[in-house]
Write a protein that binds this ligand. Structure first.
Ligand SMILES: [Zn+2]
Length: 256
């Protein structure tokens, strides 16, 4: 199984390096900046073999041109949006073999944050860009609330142990919002304490897992009574289905 390295970049982005265990090969996910990636790769004497892109926002693509010029590697991404230097495009969900040194990757269509967002699933690891965040989800910047709701539902149906590698570090702020929505959720309180402990110990707080998100992420809990009541209070109206609850939470979080 490949191992994963986080490369913090820009203000709060994560660029993910997927290292092969039986070779020096490495895949780069969403390089919003080239320099920290080059530094990390050079330090470990690794050979990049491809770039995987989840969506077209600048903080996920701005390092691509420099990396392709330096390493001459292919760029994978959705075929419905412009990605710099893109050489291999996917339309819709599919499976791909990138290289014999890596397991098969599954491509998931997960629109909502943007209209053309995709994710990469390899073994039990999901690289989902700005769709799901630890205890939160992406803003609507091109897609619809219905699309994002359906995409999160799709992700939440993956096995509970699936590890999720998100595009940004927003955990603390997201948990503050989660606790505002569900002040009686003990799992959220536990998670807040655990994050504090990890940060004090200088340990990484990513990745998250499906089971952790199902227990603490309000956007995946739109059928829970406490979440419904909080979303209704914010909306000032009765919300009679999970999508309406989700939509209200998304607006609320934008203003939080
Ligand atoms: Zn984005």
């Amino acid at each position: 199984m490949p191992y994963i390295q986080a490369v913090p970049a820009l203000k709060d982005n994560y660029i993910w390096l997927i290292h092969s265990i039986n070779s020096n090969d490495v895949l780069i996910v969403d390089p919003g900046d080239a320099e920290p990636v080059i530094k990390a790769i050079t330090k470990k004497h690794r050979s990049p073999i491809a770039i995987l892109n989840t969506h077209h926002h600048y903080d996920h693509v701005d390092g691509i041109t420099q990396l392709v010029d330096k390493y001459d590697i292919p760029v994978y991404g959705s075929d419905t949006v412009y990605i710099p230097k893109q050489s291999i495009s996917f339309s819709g969900a599919c499976k791909i073999t990138l290289h014999p040194n890596f397991p098969e990757f599954k491509i998931l269509d997960i629109p909502g944050h943007t209209a053309n967002h995709i994710a990469y699933l390899v073994n039990d690891m999901l690289f989902c860009g700005d769709t799901l965040f630890a205890a939160g989800c992406g803003r609507l910047l091109g897609g619809t609330a219905t699309q994002l709701f359906d995409s999160l539902k799709k992700i939440s149906k993956l096995p509970n142990s699936t590890r999720i590698f998100c595009g940004h570090e927003y955990t603390q702020n997201n948990l503050k919002f989660a606790l505002t929505v569900e002040p009686n959720n003990e799992e959220i309180k536990k998670r807040i304490n655990k994050i504090k402990f990890l940060q004090r110990a200088g340990k990484p707080i990513s990745p998250t897992t499906i089971s952790l998100e199902l227990a603490t992420n309000p956007f995946l809990r739109c059928d829970r009574n406490e979440v419904i009541r909080a979303a209704q209070r914010f909306a000032g109206a009765k919300l009679d289905n999970p999508l309406a609850v989700f939509t209200s939470l998304r607006v609320w979080k934008d203003l939080f």
